[in-house]
Design a protein around this ligand. Structure first.
Ligand SMILES: C[S@@+](CC[C@H](N)C(=O)[O-])C[C@H]1O[C@@H](n2cnc3c(N)ncnc32)[C@H](O)[C@@H]1O
Length: 402
């Protein structure tokens, strides 16, 4: 019997699988073009810089913006996550608003969607390497665990955790606030890798964990700074080459069910909401929240569709439906009349039932005086812990108020 893969590392959701189209044929064809992306291609710019579970494929976001965003337009993502749509809006020269409950996600999105000049981009590498060199010269006996590290220390080998502490201390000494903020995100990008956690979305101790050798954290940090520097330079060149001015995106740390948005202001909403019962975003980032001086409780309390709820609460599907309805109602009010809300969303499952996300969204649209005009569905196979294959689909669909 085939064995399930040991690690499910699928951070880009919309890849692979045959596609079924439905609704308006011309719209469905355009949506299908957005999903037809190469999952093996190297992610350009800062897209691949920081892991984040269930990221939208950047090419899908870019194509959706090119096909469906009027110019000029403001673009809205009520579940912005690590900022894939933000960066693609920036690249398209559009004003962007992203909403998210996770302060960690917003820091990543902020760092990923900055456009620096080439000389500023190089500073990330220069400063990062200087920090790594100073850390390498420090005596092991002088190292302390990070001040913010209380409660997460068991997730690291003691020497690695002290190295993280030193990197963090040296970052806080950097004079330029913007650079300091970027470097914190660099440290965040290697934090889970340095820990015993199996991966971002597998929040248990890795079966194969072996301690990092001393000072490995410094080399990893310096390498990541170089990588980010190169990505920023690539982005700067891309923007300059196309004569595109940088419109700085705005981000709100807020719950999309209740966030205040300008009315009739956005030409396109493009988002990937949490899939019902699929992820526990706040568990994924529990090591990172303290690094940013943030408390996870707001995000935990306001997370929609969390897997933990679907396991425990008998009314989880009804709640998810109600939550999504509240978000969609807000987004529709924020859109210019007739403008589309395009969503990438996947089916989910409770202990007893499958949640067909496309059906659920069609029902919600109906209740809100809107309709799902077209969509494409792509089947996925997924391994469960019982090594039993289950079928689910992911949907890329367009909702409009009639
Ligand atoms: C599928 S992910 C978005 C990923 C994003 N498209 C990217 O490429 O990084 C869904 C996001 O919704 C966020 N979220 C969950 N409940 C929320 C709420 N009530 N308000 C705003 N964001 C929420 C989660 O923290 C998560 O980052």
């Amino acid at each position: 019997m085939p064995q399930p893969p040991r690690r499910l590392k699928r951070s880009l959701m919309n890849t692979g699988g045959p596609v079924t189209r439905w609704g308006d044929p011309a719209l469905a064809a355009k949506l299908a073009e957005c999903l037809d992306v190469d999952p093996t291609a190297k992610l350009p710019f800062t897209h691949g810089f920081h892991t984040y579970p269930a990221r939208m494929h950047p090419e899908t976001a870019a194509r959706a913006i090119a096909r469906f965003a009027p110019k000029p337009a403001r673009l809205l993502d009520p579940f912005v996550g690590s900022g894939t749509t933000a960066l693609e809006a920036v690249r398209a020269g559009l004003a962007f608003t992203g909403v998210e409950i996770s302060a960690v996600a917003l820091e990543i999105a902020w760092a990923r969607s900055r456009v620096f000049r080439a000389d500023e981009a190089r500073l990330v590498e220069r400063e990062g390497h200087e920090i790594a060199e100073r850390a390498t010269r420090a005596r092991a006996s002088d190292l302390r665990e990070p001040e913010w590290g209380e409660g997460i220390e068991d997730w690291f080998s003691p020497h690695t955790f002290r190295e993280v502490g030193l990197l963090s201390e040296l970052i806080e000494e950097v004079r330029r606030p913007e650079l300091r903020r970027v470097l914190r995100v660099v440290l965040s990008s290697i934090l889970v890798r340095l820990s015993k956690q199996a991966s971002d979305s597998i929040t248990v101790v890795d079966r194969d964990y072996s301690p990092w050798r001393p000072k490995a954290a410094y080399k990893l940090f310096a390498d990541k700074c170089s990588e980010l520097s190169r990505s920023y330079a690539e982005l700067a060149q891309d923007m300059r080459g196309r004569g595109m001015p940088w419109l700085e995106p705005e981000f709100f740390l807020s719950d999309s069910r209740t966030v205040n948005l300008d009315r009739a202001a956005y030409g396109l909403a493009l988002s990937s909401p949490p899939y019902p019962g699929t992820y526990d975003y706040m568990f994924h980032h529990r090591l990172r929240f303290p690094l940013f001086g943030e408390d996870v409780s707001f995000a935990e309390e306001h997370e929609i569709g969390a897997r933990r709820d679907f396991k425990r609460r008998p009314d989880a599907v009804a709640r998810y439906r109600d939550d999504m309805k509240r978000v969609i109602a807000r987004v529709l009010d924020a859109l210019v009349p007739g403008a589309p809300f395009i969503m990438l969303v996947g089916d989910g499952r409770t202990a007893t039932e499958t949640v067909e996300a496309d059906r659920l969204l069609r029902e919600i649209a109906d209740e809100l005086g809107a309709r799902v005009a077209a969509g494409v569905s792509q089947e996925r196979s997924e391994w469960s812990f019982g090594a039993k294959k289950k079928r689910k689909a992911e949907h890329f669909l367009m909702l409009v108020r009639s």
